[in-house]
Design a protein around this ligand. Sequence first.
Ligand SMILES: [Zn+2]
Length: 299
Amino acid sequence: MKVLGIDIGGTSIKGLAVDESGTILGQTRIATNASQGKYHIVEKVGETIQALLEQHPDAARIGIGTAGRVNTNTGQVVYATENLPGWQGFNIKEWAESEFRLPVAVDNDANTALLGEQWQGAGENLSDIVMLTLGTGVGGANIIGGELVRGAHWNGGEWGHVVLIPDGHPCNCGLHGCIEQYLSGTALVRLASEATGHAYLTGQEVLTDLQSGNSRIMEVMKRYVFHLALVLHNLHIGLNPQALILGGGLIDAKALWWDSLMARLKDMNATEIDVRPALLGNRAGAIGAAKLALTLSNS
Ligand SMILES: [Zn+2]
């Protein structure tokens, strides 16, 4: 069987055609601007699927990963922030099934990223895994006993909105001090700007200054690693997974901070913890969405 895996992100929509063995048969990527809202995103998702179906008309199912909380029984986005205006309440499964006449499975994008890593990446052959994606925000997902733990209200694994610093920096979820406000790439840019008085625009600029030995940025990164180690330690104690996988844009620069994270964890006596970098990069979500489609029951 051949299926499509689609990953709906804030800046682009990625699509893959995949067979049952996981071989990628075709791929496409369409730039999008999420701030333009629901109709714009839907149009771009439609174009992505259409382009793949033209090359692979025998694709039998479609899997879709999206930001937001998804009721995977109905395929509806039950909660989304204003990063995707109009997305909350939208039933992606109903729309895609009526548009393309194929069975569709939908899930949260962090869940699909973890499914991808479990299938073909850093979590291969593991049944108990926690994943954090350190990117524009902080995504999270759990697989326990071989199954995704989505929770009673579909926000299981949303580690990004667990509070790290009481009364800390305000978050777009309405709380203060969430993990996302200290461990995302966006947060790193803010923290570096606050510490130096220089208005950094991108994480890459911060990392370039880290590499050149800027002492204030080194201090910011030390604090970042301390917070990350604390979060990983807590997840390790709470869920005791076989491995914790770290993905997202910050992993591309892991050469600059991975050793200090390992040293920090060792200092915390977290000797049994197994922390691994994700292996699939920004394709994890689409690969996992394809896996989701493959495991969709025929009923
Ligand atoms: Zn939050």
